[in-house]
Design a protein around this ligand. Sequence first.
Ligand SMILES: [Zn+2]
Ligand SMILES: [Zn+2]
Length: 209
Amino acid sequence: MKSTERREKLVSWLEKVGTLSLSEMVDYFGVSKMTIHRDLDWLVQNKALKRIHGGAACIERPSGQLPDNSFDRLSLLKCLICNRPPSQQLLYTITLRNGEQKVACCPHCGISAHLMLGDQVVTALTADFLSGRLHSAQHSYYVMEGVVAYCCKPSILTFDDEEMALRFQKGFGGTLGRFNDAIAFLKKDMSLHNPEGCPHCSSLSRKEE
Ligand SMILES: [Zn+2]
Ligand SMILES: [Zn+2]
């Protein structure tokens, strides 16, 4: 497992449980204490967590609660790329280094945001297209450019289960890939059309103005 992947997993795990001990992290990731210490140092520097005696704790939000990834709250935010309200099935959410949480209307805009924000992104979650369940964007399965475009074009849909993604792709076309494939796919698409961003998104937001 790459360090970036492990750090991202660590943060999302911590956000679920609140605190973790050093030995829990060592056991889970099967790496040395030194490695975990380095991860924690890096994550502390990037304000993704704080260190406590013998382990790490999730950063307290202003409300003193765990980050609330409920759709009710996130649906109040607008897409950071095209300003559209997100839908539960397509939601993509990004946490930045400064702790700010951003929302994208669909994985298309979510991936565009990665291209735009680069290493300011600490964690990203995406909804499973069938269940709406949020899961790690790095580990999701991406169906790109299927025949049905539910939001922005070219469409990108995410699935937390490989088999479901494969079934969907068989039924509705498109290409199946992982996070890096989706990044590469959108990069190529953007360079073909418009270096500013998704042409579909930008024309839509212009029309609404
Ligand atoms: Zn959007
Ligand atoms: Zn969209």
